[in-house]
Design a protein around this ligand. Structure first.
Ligand code: AGV
Ligand code: CA
Length: 313
């Protein structure tokens, strides 16, 4: 059966590569896309999303802009990446952008698409959960029409990836940008699949990964992925604050091929204030989520390549 997926992302390099991948999956129908200006600037991220759908998509998909704001802003130099992707020649051969821009803001667009869908909708979120939290407040009826939420966010490791003043470093960025939103979703009964930092640590961007994409650049979609990942720092000797993992791409691949990973149930709470804000902490009093704790990295990288080889014009 075809999975109906609504995708909300925040315009990072791996968010945009995720959009490409999702549009190539045969058993997935993307019923809508929205972009939140968290780890990106809105204008180039929306533009790049529409051009990716134009260039590689196989059917019409609307793109909505979010008007949500977060509590803890992302570093500006990370947010710049969407400008670079939007400017890639492979996305700019065509003068006119055809993929329509939705008239409503993201959270209302998502509500409409969920209501219109006769089946239940799978939500894929590769940025903060702000638009989902707002949608649940505005339209509590959608909750029972959500199949599940697949989210890149959170971590149960001692060390997260937030290194900001007045923070203790325990949070993951998507949770930290809007901790209240994650807590709101945690209050709901929606089934949550969490692809957390412990899940993505097994899939860093490395020189070998880049070289493999380079060797396959005769396939336009793989060339595009190589160009995108040329913009961000790989893992060479040791992990730094800027080292890139295939965070969102693993999260998206999980939708197409769940066998790539192993999951276990973890109960947790979300810290909304103070030095640990954004931390997802294991707690017996908390709510359950299915945490990805192991990945077959080789199969994951093979899967991406096979999916993108199929797109050959
Ligand atoms: O925490 C991972 C999330 C993912 O959704 N994002 C990037 C991915 O799109 C934030 C982030 C953490 N470290 C980063 C991030 C870095 N070094 N560069 C850019 N974004
Ligand atoms: Ca992201």
């Amino acid at each position: 059966m075809t999975k109906k997926v609504y995708f909300n992302h925040d315009g990072g390099v791996d968010d945009l590569v995720s959009l490409l991948l999702l549009t190539q999956m045969e058993d997935v129908e993307v019923i809508g896309v929205s972009v939140i200006p968290a780890d990106c600037y809105l204008v180039p991220a929306v533009s790049a999303s529409r051009k990716i759908i134009d260039r590689f998509g196989k059917y019409d998909i609307e793109v909505a802009q979010s008007d949500s704001r977060g509590k803890n802003p992302f570093p500006a130099d990370w947010r710049m990446h969407a400008w670079y992707v939007d400017a890639l020649p492979i996305l700019n051969e065509q003068k006119e952008v055809k993929t329509p821009l939705a008239s409503q803001p993201a959270h209302l667009h998502m509500i409409e698409k969920i209501r219109e869908n006769q089946d239940k909708t799978t939500l894929l979120f590769t940025g903060p959960l702000t638009d989902l939290a707002r949608a649940l407040d505005a339209a509590p009826d959608i909750e029972e029409k959500i199949e599940k939420l697949v989210w890149m966010g959170g971590t149960f490791l001692q060390e997260g990836n937030v290194h900001e003043p007045e923070h203790d470093g325990t949070a993951e960025w998507n949770a930290f940008w809007d901790p209240q939103a994650a807590a709101r979703v945690w209050e709901s009964d929606i089934e949550v699949d969490m692809i957390a930092l412990e899940s993505t640590n097994q899939v860093p961007l490395t020189i070998d990964v880049r070289d493999r994409w380079a060797s396959l650049r005769k396939y336009p979609a793989i060339d595009f992925v190589g160009q995108c990942y040329a913009m961000v720092p790989p893992l060479v000797h040791f992990v730094t604050n800027s080292t890139y993992f295939l965070w969102d791409v693993l999260t998206t691949a999980f939708i197409g091929k769940p066998e790539l990973v192993k999951q276990k149930t973890v109960k947790s709470i979300v810290h909304t204030d103070g030095p640990s804000q954004g931390r997802t902490e294991e707690s017996e009093q908390g709510r359950s989520a299915q945490l990805v704790y192991d990945v077959c990295a080789d199969d994951f990288f093979d899967y991406i390549i096979e999916l993108l080889k199929k797109h050959s014009e």
